[in-house]
Design a protein around this ligand. Sequence first.
Ligand code: ADP
Ligand code: MG
Length: 314
Amino acid sequence: ATPTAVMVATGVGANNGVLIKGGDALERAQKISHVIFDKTGTLTQGNAKVTTVKIFNEMDRGEFLTLVASAEASSEHPLAKAILEYARHFHFFDEPSNTSELQTYSEQAKFSGWLHDVSDFSVLPGKGIQCSIDGKWILVGNRKLLTENGITIPSNVENFVVELEESARTGILVAHDNIVIGALGIADPLKREAAVVVEGLIKMGVKPIMVTGDNWRTARAVAKEVGIQDVRAEVLPAGKAEVVRSFQKGGSIVAMVGDGINDSPALAAADVGMAIGAGTDIAIEAAEYVLMRSNLEDVIIAIDLSRKTFTRIR
Ligand code: ADP
Ligand code: MG
């Protein structure tokens, strides 16, 4: 392709909201054989909502939600956001649940004034959060978080979580003073175009893969819904780039599509990194393509554009 053709293609991309950082990236995209999608915020809307709250002891529902929301208030995770929104809604059901005018969740918490004071807060990436409230440890996260802290998950709790996961929801466990006191089911619907895009890629001869930090059961249920057969779940943040490299070792040309801080090493490792425009700045920086509309159809547009620019017309 001539420099003019590259310039024209970059312009066509930009008009479609596909920002391409340089001619090399544009050229590599024609050879993409595999597209690895992050799940949360990439295939899904990233608009998680609490669907189920189950309390396993005598605690009052309002107090349980206050406790969990207090623990999650310093977390920036989409799951934390969902929990805070739900708890806020429960306490102030006549208030609009859209609190986007407040910048952070701790700001929301301070604004609301109904949350407990928290100390020794820490994030366990890919697992959840822990902190102390009124001198008692509280853990909010997945099974791994609890078992690694020596907390036993009773079979009735396990059964409840399995049921959530089989319906494509994420099950979050809550331990208080070393005992599992409750669980929450959180749903994050697929983007409307996700299944069509996956089907389109397969038709183009490109293999779709899904990678996520979420558990295997939820991951499989979501993958099935979207039409992806190859799934990698329970991948810790550092592991996503490893997944990319394992495909590259087999000779594949790999595109990674992601939105999170967790995805940025994988975006950088991929032959072509594509960041969702609505994603975090760190992901956008690590990627060579930015899909400004946050619409997955633009993955297909990007590959098409490169193929048309670099394939000789006979
Ligand atoms: P993803 O790859 O889907 O973005 P993450 O690596 O961010 O996933 O998280 C993986 C899992 O860790 C989540 O599905 C959840 O079970 C748990 N987790 C992470 N952060 C939190 C949090 N703030 N509260 C509760 N659970 C969390
Ligand atoms: Mg994500």
